[in-house]
Design a protein around this ligand. Structure first.
Ligand SMILES: Nc1ncnc2c1ncn2[C@@H]1O[C@H](COP(=O)(O)OP(=O)(O)OP(=O)(O)O)[C@@H](O)[C@H]1O
Length: 940
């Protein structure tokens, strides 16, 4: 750094020379969230690390604080270095304490203290855990690393306060021997407990032979706490802890001495750690709201390093104060805890005030006195405030949002302290107090041993003081002229001393350089040691690997033999397989040729398949076209169907109309029927008249011809054919008499022919007989075998029978009906055949005049209603002889056959289609005729 200087006030209380020196080192360490802090929502990102030197604190507006802006703001602070929650203890030591630890070997004093709220990690930072040691263990480790084997095993000096050293002897080390006994009482082999004692005993035997050839170090540890503004030693006996008394502070102008503070020498790291552990167990801690083991005191560890070597006229002494301050906390407790809290806060506030005053003295050029007397803590630290040592402040930060206000205050103080420069002061001359009057070892502190005059000078001094008092003769340069005089030699000695001091100063510089080189060498050696350790580890791992590889090789050799055996087997198998392969190759060739053929076939089939596919496609296309055409056809048919449906509906309507007309015609027919009934009545009258006339005619014949008349034979003759016309019917009626005249001759002929027919009938096969049931042979139903009387027997046409007579009468009535105009003349031109009563016109064809109201168009397409036609037809049907005639015949003449015995159909009964076979059944067989003749004769 620069060496510019400025004068400032009193050097005792304030720095009187302001140099541009490095300021106080202020570090900020943020601990991670622990416990249930995250679940409590304490992580609200209130702290923002800008870079490794700057940190910002987020501040929310509060109702009570009008100074703060209404919106969220950040307060930014700058410190020496910021460590976030990821920082390890090792990194922290390297950044904070490694260099100061090295510098105590050059005579520097250092103070490291932690500041922060309670539960912010101060104790953790200082002591750490066995697995993760804090700054104190690492610092000790570093010190003992430097010391190495150059530990002062003779314990020649012991510290007396911050500045003074005391030569050791058997008497003034007794306390330390006792301390070590109870501190290391757990040591099993008593080595530590008796170590210091043995050293002292050894010293007695080698006092005269002692010589110092190199640097030697002795390390002393003291550990005390400031509890309720009192200093308590932490290295006292546990039994004395309850009634321990506070230690007194003794101050002079340069330093503060704690009276009767226990200081024990330690010879290795283990002893140092055990000593600190012992003291830590005596520390006052208790459970608070915020910390399970909260420090209720400020714990101060003082590590004193005494260095001496053959060139040093006096041994040097340096200190490392490491202070774990109690946490700043709100004054919420009661009683003892409240008192503790108040004292803690007071001492911390005084500490901060001292820093502030220092800062203000620098910045505002004031000369305020430091308020270090306000607390014991600052009284002890006073040497560091006046530049007798360097100060490091480690601010531990609790990241919880709850304490953001206190954290902000702490960081504000940290930033202020970081700007404060404490100018180092020249260390005062160290005093080495020789307490022992007994013959002791040759001490470096007695100096000038190398010159060999010290003793002599000391011995001589006492006697020559008188001569100094007497006058001294000196020359112009001040050199005593009498070389034999004591003054001359004193003068020479003084000059030699000055010369030696200069040489010692140069030597010191040389030693500092050498020390630095040695430090580097030690680091190099440590590095080499690490590398050697690594190499050893690697070597061990390699050896293990070699062993495992050897085992592997052995096993591989065994495997190799097995593999060789298997190889032979495989070779045989290979040969077999080779043969099989040859065979397989041959088979493969065959298969290839087959495959080729198959491939060709496959190609053909593929071609066919493609052709088929194409045909299918065409077929599908045709199908599609046909389907389309069918659909069109269906559409067309549907259309036609609709049309026909319409036409049918129209026709249904026409049928309705025709039905209407038919009903009209039926009415007409009913009228005609009534007329017909009337006509029948007339016909009945005619019949009665006819019957009467016939009876009369028979009587007349009887009278005229005296020979008996065989009327029975007339029944054997079929009736004459029906007159086709009305005129013929009339002629038949009028010629009845003439026909009767010829009856006799016809009867004779008929009789003969009847005999002949009987003979023929007997000869004919049975199937030709109509009287026999059809079940004989089934041939009776054949029309060709039936005998039609009108054609087969011409005699029947000439001989009138009652049935023929009735037919004739019907014929007459039909002719009358025909003659009667039933309908208007306009409809007479369109005759219509309604039905036929047989397959042959000779039976009884009936022609019916069509209804007069039927239009020609309808007649051509439609047929009349069958029921109506049947009713009409029934009027013109063959009517069997009435019962009246038969009764008349029965009553009048016996054995007169009057017509067939077929069922009588009434006019209103349904039309019965008389078949030709029915007529044939009514034909008069010779037997029937014989029976009829017999009946007539019997009647007669
Ligand atoms: N860097 C860290 N990493 C992990 N845990 C930590 C760290 N710092 C602190 N802690 C934990 O936080 C808790 C409080 O730490 P510590 O007791 O050191 O706080 P303190 O500031 O010393 O409190 P007080 O002032 O009340 O003594 C301990 O449980 C400790 O293990």
């Amino acid at each position: 750094m620069s060496t510019d200087t400025t004068a400032i006030g009193n050097p005792n209380e304030t720095t009187n020379i302001r140099r541009v020196e490095p300021p106080v080192n202020v570090y900020v360490r943020i601990r991670p969230f622990i416990g249930d802090e995250l679940t409590r929502g304490e992580n609200q990102n209130m702290l923002c690390i800008r870079d490794e030197r700057r940190i910002a604190v987020k501040l929310y507006p509060t109702a009570t604080n009008n100074i703060r802006p209404a919106q969220t703001s950040y307060n930014e602070y700058e410190v020496t270095r910021i460590f976030d929650h990821n920082c390890t203890q090792q990194e922290l030591f390297e950044q904070i304490l490694e260099q100061p630890t090295d510098e105590i070997f050059t005579g520097s004093n250092w103070l490291l203290c932690t500041l922060g709220l309670t539960n912010s990690g101060k104790t953790h930072t200082m002591f750490g855990t066995p697995k993760d040691p804090g700054l104190i263990p690492q610092c000790l480790q570093r010190i003992f690393l430097h010391v190495g084997y150059n530990i002062d095993t003779k314990v020649l000096y012991k510290p007396d306060g911050l500045e003074n050293l005391v030569q050791t002897n058997m008497n003034n080390l007794q306390d330390e021997i006792n301390y070590r006994k109870y501190i290391f009482k757990d040591d099993k082999d008593d080595h530590r407990r008796n170590h210091l004692q043995n050293i002292i005993q050894d010293q007695q035997s080698i006092l005269d032979d002692h010589s110092v050839e190199d640097e030697h170090y002795s390390i002393w540890i003291s550990f005390f706490e400031l509890y309720n503004e009192s200093v308590f030693d932490l290295l006292v006996k546990p039994s004395a802890m309850k009634k321990r008394k506070p230690l007194r502070l003794m101050q002079n102008s340069e330093s503060t001495v704690i009276k009767d503070l226990v200081q024990i020498p330690v010879f290795d790291l283990k002893e140092a750690e055990d000593t600190i552990r012992f003291g830590y167990s005596n520390r006052a801690t208790s459970k608070t709201e915020l910390n399970e083991a909260s420090s209720r005191s400020h714990a101060v560890l003082c590590i004193t390093l005494i260095t001496f070597d053959e060139f040093e006229e006096e041994p040097t002494m340096s200190h490392m104060y490491i202070c774990d301050l109690a946490g700043n906390e709100p004054s919420t407790g009661t009683g003892k805890q409240l008192a503790e809290t108040c004292n803690i806060n007071t001492s911390l506030m005084t500490f901060k005030d001292c820093i502030r005053v220092l800062n203000e003295n620098q910045t505002a050029k004031k000369q305020m006195l430091l308020p270090y007397r306000n607390s014991v803590l600052t009284s002890i630290f006073r040497p560091f405030f006046i530049g007798r040592g360097r100060t490091i402040i480690c601010c531990n930060v609790n990241p919880c949002a709850t304490f953001i206000s206190q954290t902000n205050d702490l960081l504000k103080f940290s930033a202020l302290a970081q700007k404060t420069i404490i100018v180092p002061m020249e260390a005062p001359q160290k005093k080495v107090v020789v307490e022992s009057k007994i013959k002791g070892p040759k001490r470096l502190g007695q100096g000038v041993r190398g010159i060999g005059l010290g003793k002599k000078k000391h011995q001589m001094g006492d006697g020559d003081e008188a001569e100094d008092q007497d006058g001294i003769m000196v020359d112009e340069s001040g050199l005593p002229s009498d070389i034999q005089s004591v003054h001359y030699w004193k003068y020479c000695t003084k000059k030699a001393m000055e010369l030696l001091q200069k040489q010692a100063s140069n030597r010191r510089l040389y030693l500092i350089e050498r020390h630095q080189e040695r430090t580097k060498a030690i680091e190099y050696i440590l590095h080499q040691r690490e590398q050697i350790a690594q190499l050893n580890n690697e070597k061990q791992s390699f050896n293990q690997q070699i062993d495992s590889l050897n085992k592997t090789i052995v096993s591989e050799q065994e495997n190799s033999k097995l593999i060789q055996a298997k190889s032979n087997e495989y070779e045989k198998k290979y040969n077999d397989l080779y043969k099989k392969t040859q065979q397989t190759n041959h088979d493969n060739d065959t298969l290839r040729s087959r495959l080729k053929n198959v491939q060709q076939k496959f190609d053909c089939l593929s071609t066919e398949y493609n052709t088929t596919i194409e045909q299918n496609r065409q077929y599908e296309q045709n199908q599609f076209n046909e389907k389309t055409s069918y659909n069109e056809e269906i559409k067309r048919l549907k259309h036609d169907y609709e049309q026909e449906k319409d036409e049918k509906n129209q026709k249904d309507k026409l049928i309705e109309q025709l039905n209407e007309k038919i009903r009209f015609e039926q009415n007409q027919n009913e009228k005609i029927q009534q007329e017909l009934i009337q006509l029948k009545q007339d016909l009945k009258n005619i019949h009665s008249k006819y019957d009467t006339l016939q009876v009369e005619l028979l009587q007349v014949r009887e009278e005229k011809t005296k020979e008996p008349i065989i009327i029975i034979e007339s029944s054997s003759h079929p009736p004459p054919p029906p007159p086709t016309t009305a005129a013929a019917a009339a002629a038949t009626a009028t010629t009845t008499a003439a026909a009767a005249a010829t009856t006799t001759t016809r009867l004779l002929r008929s009789k003969r022919s009847a005999h002949e027919e009987d003979a023929q009938d007997n000869k004919k096969p049975k199937h030709g007989t109509p009287d026999r049931p059809a079940g004989n042979s089934g041939l009776a139903s054949k029309p060709s075998t039936r005998r039609i009387p009108s054609k087969t027997n011409p005699d029947d046409e000439r001989k009138p029978t009652p049935s023929t007579l009735v037919k004739d009468a019907k014929t007459k009535s039909a002719s009358i009906l025909k003659k009667r105009p039933l309908v208007p003349s306009s409809s007479a031109d369109s005759p219509m055949v309604i039905s036929k009563l047989g397959t042959e016109p000779t039976t009884s064809p009936v022609d019916l005049q069509p209804p007069s109201l039927v239009s020609p168009a309808i007649q051509s397409t439609m047929s009349p209603k069958p029921s109506a036609i049947q009713r009409i037809q029934s009027f013109f049907r063959h009517t069997p002889p009435s019962n009246r005639i038969i009764n008349q015949l029965k009553t009048n003449s016996a054995g007169t056959a009057c017509g067939p015995s077929s069922p009588i159909k009434l006019p209103n009964s349904p039309i019965v289609m008389l078949q030709k076979s029915t007529l044939a059944m009514r034909k008069q067989t010779p037997k029937r005729r014989y029976k009829l003749r017999s009946r007539v004769n019997s009647n007669q």
